[in-house]
Design a protein around this ligand. Structure first.
Ligand SMILES: NC(=O)c1ccc[n+]([C@@H]2O[C@H](COP(=O)([O-])OP(=O)(O)OC[C@H]3O[C@@H](n4cnc5c(N)ncnc54)[C@H](O)[C@@H]3O)[C@@H](O)[C@H]2O)c1
Length: 299
């Protein structure tokens, strides 16, 4: 229930998707304080009961969202966070043995941790979902929309691969409404490198100024939970353990996925250009390196 957990909680309450919201933090006072504070919103939001709880109590919930762990520091890369956050993952997973709902991983490095949470909980691949590049895709859509003076909701463009430095923008598949972005009047190929850099550096720019990112990831996660629990069957980019897609397995990374109330129903492998495929493989190698480092630090 730090920066990210509390933002997710208020966004979930605003979405009206839950009747009961359980909060946990290793610092018990924080979870209790947030529960008291959030309950005072009941005059304004769809009714829901919020209370602090032990992680073991969450085993009967339909979904559990993990944000536990340290955030990034200015200049620090996500893999550096791994060592501390992997120990927390082991601890929390132990408390969730027997859980049958959906596990949403937000803590960074989110791709490697999606893999470790799946391994440590023993849950099937389709029920452990990392927010992955869903946030990067939202940032990309906002930046493209801003350049073109088109609302972000009419920009259909996705980031796949790592939620991090090697994230891959699928430029060849990007659309404005039903028009390919690269054919859009006013678009220039020169924009692509700049925008990619802006998406990649977005988190660092925010962390540099305010110490954390929270509001957008709060909305991203609350939206993901809403679409999952309402069985909305949307296609979005989230991180999931791969089982042979593009020849990759034993790592989690983001690809477009069809989601349902049961989790990830289908992982979609779009046709990519040679350059995009090469970048995706680089992204996979980077995540694999992080996982191998994490496995060594945890052994
Ligand atoms: N995936 C994304 O797109 C995305 C976006 C933003 C932040 N994040 C990540 O989310 C994580 C949380 O960030 P934050 O800014 O909220 O950090 P924070 O330090 O504000 O909050 C983390 C909280 O976790 C708690 N905690 C630590 N160990 C715990 C345990 N074993 N059980 C229960 N609670 C525990 C801490 O007490 C703290 O309150 C970080 O890893 C950050 O990098 C991910």
């Amino acid at each position: 229930m730090g920066w990210v957990g509390s933002s997710i909680a208020i966004s979930i309450l605003q979405s009206g998707i839950v009747k009961e919201l359980l909060l946990n933090d290793i610092q018990k006072d924080i979870a209790e304080g947030e529960a008291l504070d959030l309950n005072h919103s009941s005059s304004f939001l769809p009714s829901a009961k919020v209370r602090s709880a032990e992680i073991e109590e969450m085993k009967t919930c339909r979904a559990v969202i993990v944000t536990a762990g340290r955030g990034g520091k200015p200049g620090e890369s996500r893999p550096e966070l791994l060592r501390e956050n992997i120990e927390i993952a082991r601890n929390i997973s132990r408390k969730l043995i027997g859980f049958e709902g959906l596990l949403i991983v937000v803590t960074n490095p989110v791709d490697a941790l999606t893999h470790f949470y799946r391994v440590y909980t023993g849950l099937p691949e389709h029920r452990v979902i990392g927010t992955g590049t869903f946030l990067d895709s939202a940032r990309l859509r906002e930046i493209i929309g801003d350049r073109l003076k088109v609302d972000a909701k009419s920009i259909h463009a996705d980031v796949i691969g790592e939620h991090g430095d090697t994230a891959v923008v699928m430029w060849s598949r990007a659309m404005v409404g039903s028009i390919p972005l690269r054919s859009w009047d006013g678009w220039s190929a020169d924009y692509e490198n700049d925008i990619e850099r802006e998406v990649r550096n977005a988190a660092q720019e925010i962390i540099k100024r305010k110490g954390a990112t929270n509001h957008a990831i709060g909305l991203v996660t609350a939206t993901l939970i809403k679409w999952l629990l309402r069985d909305e069957r949307r296609v979005l980019t989230v991180a999931v353990e791969l089982t042979g897609q593009y020849g990759l397995k034993n790592i989690a990374l983001s690809l477009p996925c069809l989601i349902s109330a049961d989790g990830i129903e289908r992982i979609i492998c779009p046709d990519l250009t040679d350059q995009e495929t090469e970048k995706l493989m680089r992204s996979a190698r980077e995540i694999d390196k992080t996982i191998q480092n994490g496995a060594q630090s945890g052994s």
